[in-house]
Design a binder for this molecule. Sequence first.
Ligand SMILES: Nc1ncnc2c1ncn2[C@@H]1O[C@H](COP(=O)(O)OP(=O)(O)OP(=O)(O)O)[C@@H](O)[C@H]1O
Ligand SMILES: [Mg+2]
Length: 488
Amino acid sequence: FCQTLLHTVFPPELRFASLKFFQRHLKWFSSYCYYDITEIDGVNTNELYNAVQLYLSSSASITGTHVSLTRGLNSSAFTFGVSNNDRLVDTYNGTIVEWEHVVTQRQSQTFSWRPLPEEKRGFTLRVKKKNRQVVLDSYLDFVMEKANEIRRKNQDRLLYTNSRGGSSDSRGHPWESVPFKHPSTFDTLAMDPVKKSEIMADLLDFANGESFYRRTGRAWKRGYLLYGPPGTGKSSMIAAMANYLGYDIYDLELTEVNTNSELRKLLMKTSSKSIIVIEDIDCSINFSNRKKSANSGARKYNHDSASPAPPGTNGEDGGSTITLSGLLNFTDGLWSCCGSERIFVFTTNHIEKLDPALLRSGRMDMHINMSYCSFPAFKILLKNYMGYEETDLVLEELEEVIDEAEMTPADISEVLIKNRRDKSKAVQELLEAMKMRAEKTRAKKLLESNRNEIQDKEQEQEKMTLDIPKEGFDQLEESCNKDDEKIR
Ligand SMILES: Nc1ncnc2c1ncn2[C@@H]1O[C@H](COP(=O)(O)OP(=O)(O)OP(=O)(O)O)[C@@H](O)[C@H]1O
Ligand SMILES: [Mg+2]
């Protein structure tokens, strides 16, 4: 009877409000304090939320009884997590803390500029009030650091792509990611060993150079330009770099980016310890032909952001302006420093087509020429594919022709894969292929030099025919002068 009376006398809103009031006042008297770490903080994703999730996902720190298990597509490891609205206890330097994962349904009428996830997620950290300082001073830093470590060591690295165009997902991320599983390493990469160790040392210096970059006042980033013919290992080199340093890769598809501001947004959403890659930069942006680009099928890009393209000439999607200066700002300007420890890698098959602005010194820190397979590089391939260590007569023959053959590591590895059961057959076949290629290269070079000679001769003759009337004129002038003298 009392309950019915209570329900009829007090409407539900009033009951709810009074309950909240009591709870709030109870917390004042409680010996605990609570920290809410929500997944989305205003418009941005809360890095701390992701870090806590990752930290709690490491099996070592799990002491709860109810744990959620996930395994991402193509991922090689299970991830533990705190189930929705469940709790976990963690100990840090003797301090006991309790984590609760709070998941509530988002009210649908909430106004937002972009779609928000249906669920509102967050962690609540409960600690004794007397331990509050420990948590604020070092525990949360420890969690962040541990999460980064776990991600780098145990988890698969991620390959991000902006193939979704300018749109973001419900959590505000413009990048989509998949586990990155490229097996290429510096051991498997066939290139000149001296050049290889130079690059490896450069990468290590960069990764360990935080204090150097701070001391010299430079942004902690580095740019590499990889250039060379197709199949010489540019993409393999990027994968090797990522595997060597344990960095994520952001594969930036420039043709999917419409404006400079979109480009900036993409950059802002990249994490540190990552490699940002723009492959085939000469194809993604019509740099060489910018002024004539109206007649090409490619989208139009301007050199100078200060002079926006007139309306109607911006390519088929209208209003789309991505400029070279926008791209350079992306890699070099103030915005490039909105994170740290990032590597930019551009690749191209045609370095000669690139705008000098991209090549000028200081822009890309290292230009790496990935060229045709040299003999030392070939030996690495032989060792990796065939387990070949020793040199013998055939290899000496190979050494003589390999430079002239101009074969890419991709060409060579194809032959090696095909004959991987029979070493001597593989080497024999390669030798024949190389000799043939060398012959062709020689013939091509001869033809080219002949053509150049003929062209030179033609130019000389043309010049002579242009000179004849001048000579004739000189003679005429001379005889006129003589006549004048006679008359006098
Ligand atoms: N230097 C190399 N060392 C080992 N393998 C190589 C090397 N270069 C090429 N390969 C082999 O050839 C294949 C193609 O190489 P990769 O994609 O790295 O070439 P690329 O230079 O990026 O070519 P493209 O300019 O067409 O993008 C790779 O799968 C790899 O197995
Ligand atoms: Mg490539």
